[in-house]
Design a protein around this ligand. Structure first.
Ligand SMILES: Cc1cc2nc3c(=O)[nH]c(=O)nc-3n(C[C@H](O)[C@H](O)[C@H](O)COP(=O)(O)OP(=O)(O)OC[C@H]3O[C@@H](n4cnc5c(N)ncnc54)[C@H](O)[C@@H]3O)c2cc1C
Length: 305
């Protein structure tokens, strides 16, 4: 695959935004699946102004931009990603409390944010403690668990357009839906959100978080790399139940395997490629459709190629 970013452009980008540019950076180092070929260039802006400078520079060079959070919902192609990958993480992860609300940078990890909220005696975010993504990824995916979603508590989101323009959207304007939001189009990067919670006893919030963690340890294959649930749950029944009932648990293509623990997880059992996972996803979809007439919709985002 030919890179879209030359060495000379990488040097200019470093100057333009005031940070490091990683060239041909293996995406398998940045995804929970531990799968994915090289990104032409990967940057980690240290604050909002640096983020804007990266976006304005890429815009002026007509280079495509992909936003990366913690990479826990992604299947990155073996060929990698062309253009600039912008990682929103440390530096954009500050947390401040405003009464019963928390204002957080979208680079913060959900478990860290959930624990901070508990320590401040705020309830409404404990369900997120076992989700390994960032707040930005959660706002994009409308992440959720145990009958809660991030959309339920989002009051406001601050974002930057690919041209560097700043904007603020209310929770309603975010268009939260099943595992999607207005950020799903990839034309804006969220850098901060205001979440509305409610006061509670920190001990009882922590106790609920401990229960959620215990539940995940029993029900999910946390000992192997994965990207969480591969398919969205069709209405009425979990996708995993269809996959299990179709007898697909343990089915393997190369290094990719339908988890024995949770049928809606594909695990990287060793050296899996994106191609292995895509073939396995195809087999699962076809088999479940033939047996139950249900067309499973992927939840994992397939990027690059
Ligand atoms: C073990 C395990 C358990 C999981 N359990 C759950 C669960 O219970 N519920 C659930 O909903 N999910 C779950 N997930 C999936 C995943 O953690 C969530 O979808 C999470 O919100 C993704 O966040 P991320 O930072 O990793 O996003 P990434 O995977 O990095 O990106 C996902 C999408 O968000 C976009 N994006 C990321 N950051 C930003 C930003 N700042 N601005 C704009 N766009 C952005 C990306 O471009 C991409 O399209 C699980 C995953 C694993 C591995």
């Amino acid at each position: 695959m030919t890179s879209m970013v030359s060495g000379e452009q990488a040097r200019r980008l470093e100057k333009a935004y005031g940070g490091k540019v990683m060239i041909s950076e293996p995406m398998k180092k940045h995804t929970s699946f531990q799968i994915g070929g090289p990104a032409d260039a990967l940057v980690e802006p240290h604050d909002v102004e640096a983020l804007r400078r990266v976006l304005q520079w890429a815009w002026s060079e007509s280079l495509p931009v992909f936003v990366l959070g913690n990479g826990t919902n992604l299947l990155v192609a073996d060929e990698g990603i062309r253009g600039i990958v912008v990682r929103v993480g440390p530096g954009l992860d500050g947390i401040t409390f405003e009464g019963e609300c928390v204002r957080a940078g979208t680079g913060v990890s959900l478990p860290a944010l959930a624990r901070e909220c508990a320590d401040h005696g705020l309830s409404g975010f404990e369900w997120a403690v076992g989700i390994p993504g960032s707040l930005g990824g959660a706002l994009t995916m409308n992440a959720g668990a145990y009958s809660h979603t991030v959309g339920d508590v989002t009051r406001e989101v601050r974002m930057v357009g690919l041209d560097g323009a700043l904007s603020v959207k209310t929770g309603e304007e975010m268009q939260f839906a099943q595992r999607s939001s207005r950020l799903s189009h990839g034309d804006s990067i969220a850098y901060q959100a205001l979440l509305a919670l409610r006061p509670a006893d920190p001990g009882s919030v922590r106790a609920r978080m401990a229960e959620y963690m215990k539940d995940r340890k029993v029900k999910q294959p946390l000992h192997l790399p994965s990207a969480g649930c591969v398919f969205q749950n069709p209405s009425g029944r979990g996708a995993g139940r269809y996959i299990d009932a179709a007898g697909l648990k343990g089915l393997r293509v190369g290094g990719a395997e339908v988890s024995q623990v949770h049928a809606n997880f594909i695990v990287n059992a060793g050296g899996a490629t994106a191609r292995d996972v895509l073939i396995l996803m195809g087999v699962i979809r076809r088999t479940v459709y033939e047996k139950f007439g249900v067309d499973l919709v992927p939840e994992v985002r397939v990027v690059g190629g």
